[in-house]
Design a binder for this molecule. Sequence first.
Ligand SMILES: Nc1nc2c(c(=O)[nH]1)N[C@H]1C(S)=C(S)[C@@H](COP(=O)(O)O)O[C@H]1N2
Ligand SMILES: [Mo]
Length: 252
Amino acid sequence: MTDLSRRRLIVTGLTAAAGVSALGVAARLAEKYGLVPPDHGGLYGPGETLTYASLSLLTKHSLAREFPRSNISERPLANEVAPFSEEFKRHQSAGFADWRLSVDGMVDRPTSFSVADLKSYPAQNQITEMVCEEGWSYIAEWNGVPLSHILHLVGTHPQAKYVVYYSIEPDWWESMDMADATHPQTFLTYGMNGDDLGVGNGGPLRVRLPRQLGYKSVKFLTRLTVTDNLKKFGKGLGSVSPEEGYAWYAGV
Ligand SMILES: Nc1nc2c(c(=O)[nH]1)N[C@H]1C(S)=C(S)[C@@H](COP(=O)(O)O)O[C@H]1N2
Ligand SMILES: [Mo]
C-alpha cells in the first residue's frame, strides 16, 4: 500500500469511528498508529487526539500561507511579556553577544550556538501570519535559519520524536513533533521586517512555527532538547500550555 493510501485509510477510519460511535474508538485507533498527542489525557481527551491525528496525517507536508510584501502589517503587535529579568537585561546591554542556544538530548554533537553562529548559516525569509489564540494576528517577514539545518548539524538520532524548546523566561517551554521540527517553514528567527528581531517580538532569538498558534513561537530561545519521550518534561503533557488548559498541538 502506498504511504498516501495508507494514510487515507487511517484518516477514514478515524473519521468514521468519530462519526458513528464514541470518540474513544478513534482515540484507540490513533494510539495504534502513534498519533496520540502528549496532552491527550487533559481537558480535551479524545477530541484532542482526533484533531492531532487527523491534522498530522493530512497536513504533514502542507505549508502555512505566505503573503506578498505588501501585506506586511504596519504595526506588528508585540504581545505583553513578563518584566525582563536582570539576567536578560545584562544580555540586552551587551548586545546579546553572549546569548547562547544550547542543543542537547538525542543528538550526536551537543552544541552551543551564538546568534552570530546562527547568522552565519544560509538565511531564509518567510512572510507569514502570527496568530494569537486571543483572536488577533499580524503579518511579518521573518528572517532566520530553518530548524532542520540546526538539527542536521547536531545530528539527531533516528529514534528522536520531539524537540522541546525553552525560553530564558522560566515558565515558557514548548515542544513540537519531528514533522514540525523538520518542516521547511519552522525557523529559528533573529530578524523581522529587515531588522534584528526586537525584544518586544522575542529577540534576540525566537522559534517561528507558522503552522501553529502564536504561543508555540517561543520568544528568547535558549535551549533545544531532542527526545523520544515527553513524559519526563514538566507534568508530562508536552509543554506548559496544556498544564494551563491550552492544546499542545495548536494547528492554525
Ligand atoms: N517567552 C515567551 N514566548 C512567547 C510569549 C511569552 O509571553 N513569552 N507569548 C506567546 C504568545 S501567547 C503569542 S500570541 C506570541 C506573540 O508574539 P508577538 O509578541 O510577536 O506578537 O508569542 C508567544 N511566545
Ligand atoms: Mo497568544
